[in-house]
Design a protein around this ligand. Structure first.
Ligand SMILES: [Zn+2]
Length: 145
């Protein structure tokens, strides 16, 4: 009898009360961040104080999930067991705010199709323990070339 589970496809995030909205928003298809109710600034990664106006009056908001590829690289190294290279590691900047960026993977297209400035939208991959990983795919990319 095998006691060992399959090796995980992804590293499991450390979900805390501070970032739970981010990791669990995908269960409802929402990319969620903290936002400042005083000045409207979006905050990522999560922080207790707005970096723009120092207000502590923050709330969780769902972003559009749309953005552009800010920069990217193609990883050829097998850093993560079970996650086979090559794959695209990208920084996506969301349309809500300049500088609202997250590191992610681009999926749903060929490696050669990924370009800086490419319009992308969020999709989610379910992890363990109710966490969802935000990934991005080309806008309107349904697998058709
Ligand atoms: Zn603020």
């Amino acid at each position: 009898m095998r006691a060992c589970p399959e090796s995980p496809f992804r590293l499991q995030p450390l979900v805390t009360d501070e970032n739970r909205h981010y990791w669990e928003g995908g269960s409802e298809g929402e990319l969620r961040f903290l936002a400042c109710t005083a000045c409207g600034h979006w905050i990522h990664p999560a922080a207790p104080v707005c970096p723009a106006c120092l207000s502590r009056d923050l709330e969780v908001r769902a972003a559009s999930g749309r953005g552009v590829v800010h920069t990217f690289t193609v990883n050829h190294q097998p850093w993560v067991p079970g996650f086979e290279p090559p794959y695209v590691v990208a920084i996506v900047e969301l349309e809500e705010q300049a500088g609202l960026r997250l590191m992610t993977n681009i999926v749903g297209c060929e490696l050669e199709e990924v370009a800086i400035g490419m319009a992308v939208e969020v999709c989610f991959e379910e992890l363990e323990d109710g966490a969802w990983l935000p990934l991005f795919r080309p806008v309107g990319g349904g697998g058709q070339a």
